[in-house]
Design a protein. Structure first.
Lengths: 332, 511
């Protein structure tokens, strides 16, 4: 009897040990058990960096182990994206990705990734507003007046942007606007919004086509600069009556400021992160920081986000195809 | 009067114990990372930005600004002592400073760098207080064509950055421009010299470039020497502070450096690096004994070290008056302001005068602290010259590696730095100077961008550089600079050829 009990006990404890150890090494139920690295695509102090850091601060309130931001700037976001893509899919290496960083690289000369399935799309946590801004004393008061003038004066519109059509999504949108309006803009590329802002304030260019940020809005509020339209669908609070390209032409810009991971992230990791970030975007401090930078908080869970990404990718591919066609025609 | 009142209000905030503590912390960290080769203010401030979230905005800006101008003080130390720039802005200090150290005059070099920094720093702060609004509107008028004409002037000075062959200096400048082209074309988005490395898309970063060319190559160069007992300077070290003679030679360069540095600091994209190069070139140009440059002329230390500090004050003008950051460091400070709920922009000085004036006051205090901190340290630093290479150089290598990695958290940058180390080593072996290459590398991309932007603005007409008054002045200055340096060169060449023809009957040997 004693012997049977002993054997039973042995078998029982063995089964128990097997069961727990199996759980422990196969699933990592306590994820995260060590700090999570989050690669930021831009350098410290910019909108993307500050927004991501504010989100992390909010998310860390709900995590046993902190998320640690690491700036990996360069290549318009491709360096950080590549770092995520090549990381081990265990949930300890994530990244922030922006619209231009996600949607333009697959269509560049030497694409670092051909499609966007090489990432696990976790959540979207915000977006940017892209106003078209002119000086207050400019002859055009509205978008209509401006486009009329632009049509009559081809290439007289000197539009400051922060990249080219192949690196900056806004430029691609503006090109579509040009097509619709049969107008011709001259694009002048600058290194960042700050340079575009100083160029328009100095009167060197006549249209500002960059992101709105904490530096731009004081000039609009003071009355030195005026928003005449928005690219895409988002508007600055208090300036909602100005038309967007969605209102005017049905041209949208996907809202994209998202957290990604490498392909094949375990399901329970994604679920855990989704749950934490869903709480983080409602955090009061996070919302305040976003308001200060005039960035809308737009939350999407992974299903909605993935659906949007697939649609946006297909749409962008078509737009670039058309752009390349037109450019080939022009060359002839 | 109002300014004095404001300043006193500022001082009353800056002198609060906790603010003094943050100011001291900032300048101390700044000096340290300035001294350490490779580790620079940008990486450090990025790292410390989140730490400042919990402070109030004034303290955050005080500590971050302290790191920035503190680094400019510290940077000269490494340049003078071991011929490796502690900071990108101290590259030219190597040219004369190290030569002085080799002659046993490291003390006066360090001393004049510290005093020059103090004077330049305070001068630019006074400029910041009195002229900020006026100069801000001037800065806005500098568009691409104006900037291009300044850059033309800037590029003409490359030949002053060598004490050797001018042809070689020009070759190096051309190489610098080519290296500056690497990355994504700003207008068309096409890839240039990227060779499938996506890390090259944004171009080569300045820190791995400089640390490779100057830091790693210096280490390589010394490996071939016998490491056992070698130190940089073996004799007795003479006076620790600059004497009257040194002061006489330095006072004018310091004044010129203050003005030049301050003005360059205001320009978009300008800053300490360009201002130090410009000051060195100017000193060599106006000097009565340009032949002394390259063998330890104190003017070549005093001018650039003053200018890079003056530039830090100047670069605060666009930030505080316009809310526009003129360089990476200012972009970081802008981010800090935003995080703390302070709206930067044209109304900052009216809405939040406390921030502006207390930061200015703290910078006066900080500059004073730096002098007090640095003068007694000179004695300690000079002892570094006595440290054997076998101890000193592994440490330098380590800091360079950490520094190159820290800018973008990228291993690729570390590899690049080692590559430039090999290149720098070969260049030194074959007597090609790296300084002209660095200047061309810094100015090249700006030169290209502003040229293309200008031509897009003018629909392709070069007239834009001559019809806009400020641009025209810049272009004329550039042409005059070019002529004034080329004519004597040609004259000398011709004379030499004639002499040689006279000697060997027409078979001239061109050096």
């Amino acid at each position: 009897m004693k012997r049977i009990m002993f054997i039973l006990g042995l078998v029982g404890s063995w089964v128990f040990l097997l069961g727990t150890s199996n759980l422990a090494w196969a699933k990592d139920p306590d994820y995260p058990v060590r700090p999570i690295e989050l690669y930021l695509p831009m350098s410290a102090g910019g909108s993307t960096d500050l927004a991501s850091r504010a989100l992390i601060n909010a998310a860390n309130k709900h995590l046993p182990q902190p998320i640690v931001p690491i700036n990996k700037p360069g290549g318009g976001g491709t360096i950080a994206a590549m770092a995520v893509k090549t990381a081990k899919p265990d949930g300890y290496a994530l990244g922030t990705i922006t619209m231009s960083g996600a949607l333009t690289p697959p269509f560049s000369e030497q694409p670092p990734y051909k499609d966007l399935n090489c990432f696990t799309w976790i959540v979207n946590f915000g977006t940017f507003v892209f106003p078209v801004i002119v000086k207050n004393e400019a002859p055009w008061k509205t978008w209509r007046e401006f486009t009329e003038w632009a049509r009559k004066n081809p290439r007289a519109t000197k539009l400051g942007i922060t990249g080219s059509k192949y690196s900056d999504y806004k430029a691609l949108v503006l090109w579509q606007v040009e097509q619709q309006e049969k107008a011709k803009f001259t694009y002048i590329a600058f290194k960042g919004s700050a340079e575009v802002l100083s160029a328009i304030l100095g009167g060197h260019i006549n249209v500002y086509g960059s992101t709105v940020d904490a530096a731009t809005m004081p000039y609009v509020q003071k009355g030195d600069l005026r928003i005449i339209a928005y690219l895409g669908n988002n508007k600055v609070k208090g300036y909602e009556d100005i038309p967007s390209t969605k209102d005017l032409y049905g041209i949208e810009i996907p809202d994209l400021l998202a957290i990604i991971g490498p392909q094949g992230l375990p399901d329970q990791v994604v679920k855990k992160l989704e749950e934490v970030f869903a709480k983080a975007v409602k955090d009061r401090e996070y919302v305040e920081v976003m308001n200060r930078m005039h960035m809308p908080v737009i939350y999407m869970d992974r299903v909605t986000l993935k659906k949007q990404i697939d649609e946006a990718f297909a749409y962008t591919a078509k737009a670039y195809e058309k752009l390349k066609e037109e450019e080939a025609k022009e060359k002839k | 009067m109002e300014i004095l009142q404001n300043l006193f209000a500022g001082f009353s905030i800056a002198f609060v114990a906790v603010n003094l503590f943050y100011c001291f912390t900032g300048v101390l960290i700044g000096t340290l990372i300035g001294v350490l080769p490779g580790i620079g203010p940008v990486a450090t401030m990025s790292l410390l930005l989140p730490v400042t979230y919990k402070m109030d905005p004034i303290q955050a800006i005080i500590v971050l600004a302290g790191i920035y101008y503190g680094a400019m003080y510290g940077g000269s130390t490494t340049s003078i002592l071991v011929n490796i720039p502690g900071e990108a802005a101290s590259v030219v200090t190597c040219l004369e400073g190290y030569k002085m150290a080799q002659k046993g005059r490291a003390g006066p070099a360090l001393g004049i760098a510290a005093f020059g920094s103090l004077i330049g720093g305070c001068f630019s702060l006074i400029g910041l207080m009195l002229l900020a609004p006026t100069l801000a509107s001037f800065a806005l008028r500098i568009g691409p064509p104006e900037f291009f004409s300044f850059l033309c002037t800037g590029l003409t000075v490359v030949i002053y950055l060598t004490s050797g062959s001018i042809i070689r200096a020009l070759m190096m400048a051309a190489l610098g421009i080519i290296l500056g082209c690497i990355g994504q074309d700003p207008e068309s988005g096409s890839f240039r010299f990227v060779f499938g490395f996506h890390h090259l898309l944004s171009g080569i970063d300045l820190v791995p470039f400089i640390m490779g060319l100057f830091g790693i190559s210096e280490v390589f160069l010394n490996i071939e020497k016998r490491l056992q007992k070698r130190t940089i300077y073996e004799g007795d070290i003479k006076d620790l502070l600059p004497n009257l003679q040194d002061w006489k030679g330095s006072i004018k360069p310091i004044l010129r450096g203050s003005i030049l540095g301050f003005l360059v600091g205001i320009l978009p994209g300008g800053g300490p690096v360009i201002s130090s190069f410009a000051s060195y070139a100017m000193e060599k140009k106006v000097s009565k004994h340009p032949e002394k440059f390259g063998s330890g002329a104190i003017e070549g230390v005093a001018g650039p070290e003053t200018a890079n500090n003056a530039a830090t004050g100047g670069s605060f003008i666009p930030l505080f008056t316009l809310g526009i950051p003129s360089n990476v460091v200012m972009a970081l400070l802008l981010g800090a302001l935003v995080i703390h709920g302070v709206t930067p922009g044209p109304l900052l000085m009216q809405q939040n005068p406390k921030i502006f004036w207390s930061v200015v006051a703290s910078m006066f205090i900080g500059n004073g602290m730096l002098l007090v901190l640095n003068l007694p340290l000179i004695w300690i630093w000079v002892q570094v010259l006595k440290v054997p290479y076998r101890i000193l150089f592994p440490l330098i290598l380590l800091f360079c590696l950490v520094g190159a990695y820290s800018v973008n958290n990228s291993n690729f940058d570390v590899a690049l730095m080692l590559l430039f180390g090999v290149l720098g080593y070969l260049m030194r072996k074959f007597k090609y100077d790296a300084a002209p290459m660095v200047l061309a590398f810094v100015l090249g991309p700006m030169f290209e961008n502003s040229l293309r932007q200008s031509l897009l603005l003018s629909d392709g007409s070069f007239g834009i550089f001559f019809t806009r008054p400020v641009a025209a002045v810049g272009m004329v200055a550039a042409i005059l600079m070019l002529l004034s340096s080329v004519i004597p060169f040609i004259r000398k060449k011709r004379r030499r050829i004639l002499e040689e023809e006279a000697v060997d009957g027409g078979i001239g040997k061109i050096n």
